[in-house]
Design a protein around this ligand. Sequence first.
Ligand code: GLC
Length: 529
Amino acid sequence: MAAIPPSEAADDWWRSAAIYQVYVRSFADADGDGTGDLAGVRSRLPYLVELGVDALWFTPWYLSPLADGGYDVADYRSIDPAFGTLGEAEKLIAEARELGIRTIVDIVPNHVSDQHAWFRAALAAGPGSPERELFHFRPGRGEHGELAPNDWPSQFAGSTWTRVDDGEWYLHLFAPEQPDLNWAHPVVREEHENVLRFWFERGVAGVRIDSAALLTKADGLPDFVEGRDPHPYIDQDEIHDIYRSWRAVADEYDGVFVGEVWLPDSERFARYLRPDELHTAFNFNFLSCPWDAARLRTAVEETLAEHAPVGAPATWVLCNHDVTRTVTRYGRRETGFDFAAKVFGTPTDLGLGTRRARAAALLSLALPGSVYLYQGEELGLPEVEIPLHRIQDPMHFRSGGTDPGRDGCRVPLPWSAEPPAVEPWLPQPDGWTGYAAELQAEEPDSMLSLYRAALGLRRTEAGFGDGPLTWLPAADGVLAFARSEGLICVVNLAGEPAVLPGHSHTLLSSGPLDGGGRLPQDTAVWLRA
Ligand code: GLC
């Protein structure tokens, strides 16, 4: 059994944790059918212990037709048979906990699958039925109800309304296979509190809340008017009441929340983190920041400033299952477009992207708060251009084929130098086995070795994780800050090598220093003063 990490005893483990995101379908395939599964995760727990993470966040593993990679849940109380059984999930949660690793599950409260029992009952019961009140069913506009009830655009492009055979329309902010729930209905609230209890009782330590700011809709579902405040479905004031009740449930179990809250307004964002609401929320401003010292510094400062008044720790994320993988993003020389967006055929320099991603790893792991890694980030995997006929993401189809969708960051992990015997559900490109975990484990300069060393230091050095940060004087294009216990992080994004602070020694660097002991461009270092 692995050493119990220092965070083990503390109830506030989540303030400093390193959390690893597992996209089960693409993590590890134990039964050799081309799709990852829970047996695969269990077999790789030793790898995760060696990597040095404190918790695993599992993207939805519940019964699902997989119309949106599992974010279309048909039953929250069962595991999709492609992944395993509820019994195996319970074993996995317990085995991980024995090894000092906590589990976070993903709850998708905004919508369910169109195969969920509630939605099937609502379709069968017809207009005016109590079953339909759990969703947003409406008659259409126009002489014959042929026009959608309002003009809301979908998060996945296209309309948010689909018409059913009896003439009514139902609302779906995402794909038609993901009908939105009516959060004004007490049964919807009660059911979700029961689902939270169901998973907390199975030993999970936390819950990630999908699309957390979208649940409540303005009364009467008014048309969208550009610039009108409040927005008819993003960040409605009523939503906080839901999270206050959830917090009371979590507190019974010492459970914690991380909300997926994409909001540009930092004051509105911080409301979700008030002491009786969510413990943490993802910080997407840092993720969407280009590789630019001034902009990264501003993102860090703004993040810390917005969290301070509510006493919540920040979170740092460089990638996830929805955005372009880090080495590809940082390898794009032009930075004028939305940095995390998926773009067909953008020229990238993977050598440059990898150097920067290594430096970004040391930067994000040195910042105050908790940090999320997305599976494969520790292997330095690039984004994959998926052949058109193999794309599965609904985002691609709903964009009319203009957006490549998110499959390029969801390609199954390469574990071994041998290609898998069975073709995985998404194709692995040529050369993918060159990134294999088993090869990188033996290679001291690999991305995997860098992550292991950094996570190891983060665990043994009390100055990392939540706590104060002090900026140090530095040349233009250089980020330098001190944490407590004499720890210093310097990241050089400038065109010339940077001189490091005197009277310090190097704990870890993302690449070699130059002959004069200076820090080259696109390199980061951890020092002790
Ligand atoms: C979140 C998920 C994304 C999913 C969407 C709808 O943004 O991260 O993968 O498609 O919600 O549930």
